[in-house]
Design a protein around this ligand. Sequence first.
Ligand code: F6P
Length: 324
Amino acid sequence: MKRIAILTSGGDAPGMNAAVRAAVRCGIDRGMEVYGIQRGYEGLLDGEISKMEWHSVGDILQRGGTILRTARSSRFMEDEWVQHGAEILKTFGIEGLIVIGGDGSYRGGRELAKKGITVMGVPGTIDNDLAYTDFTIGFDTAVNTVLGLISNIRDTSSSHERTTIIEVMGRKCGDLALFAGLAGGADVILVPEVKTDINEVCRKVLQGQASGKVHSIIVMAEGADFSLTELQATLEEMTGRETRSVVPGYIQRGGSPTSQDRLLASQTAAKAVELLYNDSDSKAVGSICGEIVAMDLDKAIETKGEFRKDLYDLAEVLGKGVID
Ligand code: F6P
């Protein structure tokens, strides 16, 4: 394969630029022509495609966001637009496409693959909700961002003897809440994967108070069972302690990528280029137990996630209030 293209799609994630850089440079290094598509599938449909050079991706490794820009394309949900996208790529002589994004972006890629384009999925999302890979690009940075917020909130929660709920992103996946909550010493972690009774949350907070905790930190995934206002009001009423809530929102999606995200991005994008160079079928590239792996794109999309119950259970033990 001689001519390939790259796009970033869906919610941006720190490390996407590192993946773009690696894809461009590894492609050129193998003698391929590499094209960048602006604004994901939207840009593809509008023909926003230009050739990239070695220096097009200089000084971006450390930057959050994506220089290719990104979009969520509703047009690309329709078959006739997918067909149009495939035709545009063929007009440019592009045979292979690297899609850096999450679940929705992969689904778009799968449709494109049915129209004769070889698609390589590179996992880019802070949600870590692509089950075929242990980690997605941007997740580690987002965990560290939330960790910083937990530390700050811990200070002020202690001073005021409050309970604070931090609602983090993740869609239907609780990984961001789980990893940041465990690493940040949360008293309670709420995730969509584990059904929790609101009274049980109150009981845990009360037990913490009884054991002498001057504050309580609850990290809740946006996809968890209750709404923030419902939980906040119930906690305040049942525990008698002032309760505040924080929604960091898009702060979680920005920032300079961590070393882990830069390494994952560089390695997965390099693997995607290698597969295209070797005329592979469409695949999704990921990381399992530290190894860079490639799986059939369709199989990767259909893989069901296994929740890290071991980490959840550990967080429960470490966060509980015990009277010495
Ligand atoms: O990137 C994933 C994600 O951050 C989700 O966790 C969140 O629900 C969603 O994107 C919101 O993004 P937007 O408002 O850009 O659609």
